[in-house]
Design a protein around this ligand. Structure first.
Ligand code: CO
Length: 209
C-alpha cells in the first residue's frame, strides 16, 4: 500500500545525486528550457523516453499517449506540437512506437473496449489501408510487428499534414520528422521512416501558406 513512498524517497536521493555533480543544477534548469527534440511516444511504462535515448532533463519535450498517435482532432497533442514547433522551435520530432504495444495489439482484435475503441480505431484504419501487405505475412508476431512500424510511418505523415509543420517547413526548413520503433526485446531503437522539411505529401493535405 505504501509503495508510492519509495518514489518520494528516490526523489530525495536523485536531488542529492544531481547536486553532488553540479551544485547549481536546479537553479540553472529552472531558468529555461531549450529542447531540440519533441518526442511523441507510447504511454507504456516500459518505454521511458529519456532512459532509452540517454538524454537528460531539458533535452526532450515529451508527449505520450496510447500507441503514440497523432490524431488531428486531439487538442492535447496539437497544443504540444504547436508549442514545440513555434515556441521551442524544435529541430526534430520523433514518433517512437514499440513492438509488443498493447494499443496496437488490442486494435487488431475484435474486443469491445468502450471509449478505447474510438482511440484504437485510428490503428484499425492503418490496418485496413495496409491490409494487402499485412495479410501476406503469415506469422502473427511478424504481422503485429509490421503494423507497429506502419503505425509510426503513418503518424509522421499525420504530422506533415498539419499546418503547424507545413508552416515551419516553409519558413525555417525544420523540423525533421522521424518514425522509430523501440524493441522491448533487445533495447534497441530501429529507424523506420523519415520525412525531411519540404517532403512531398499527398496534395489534398497541402495548405496554401
Ligand atoms: Co504501446
Amino acid at each position: 500500500m505504501d509503495s508510492y513512498k519509495k518514489l518520494l524517497l528516490a526523489n530525495k536521493a536523485w536531488v542529492q545525486d544531481k547536486l553532488n555533480i553540479r551544485p547549481d543544477y536546479f537553479s540553472v534548469s529552472a531558468q529555461d528550457q531549450k529542447p531540440e527534440f519533441l518526442w511523441i511516444g507510447c504511454s507504456d511504462s516500459r518505454v521511458p523516453a529519456e532512459d532509452i535515448t540517454g538524454t537528460e532533463p531539458g533535452e526532450l519535450f515529451v508527449h505520450r499517449n496510447i500507441a503514440n498517435l497523432v490524431v488531428h482532432t486531439d487538442f492535447n497533442m496539437l497544443s504540444v506540437l504547436q508549442y514545440a514547433v513555434e515556441a521551442l522551435r524544435v529541430q526534430h520530432i520523433i514518433v517512437c512506437g514499440h513492438y509488443n504495444c498493447g494499443g496496437v495489439r488490442n486494435a487488431i482484435t475484435h474486443q469491445d473496449l468502450g471509449l478505447l475503441n474510438k482511440w484504437l480505431r485510428h490503428i484499425k484504419d492503418i490496418y485496413r489501408m495496409n491490409a494487402r501487405e499485412l495479410e501476406t505475412i503469415s506469422d502473427p508476431q511478424t504481422r503485429y510487428d509490421r503494423l507497429v512500424e506502419l503505425n509510426v510511418s503513418e503518424q509522421i505523415q499525420n504530422l506533415a499534414e498539419t499546418s503547424i509543420v507545413q508552416r515551419a517547413w516553409k519558413s525555417e526548413q525544420r523540423p525533421y520528422l522521424h518514425g522509430w520503433v523501440y524493441d522491448l526485446r533487445s533495447g534497441y531503437i530501429k529507424e523506420i521512416a523519415r520525412l525531411d522539411p519540404g517532403a512531398k505529401i499527398d496534395d489534398i493535405y497541402r495548405f496554401d501558406l
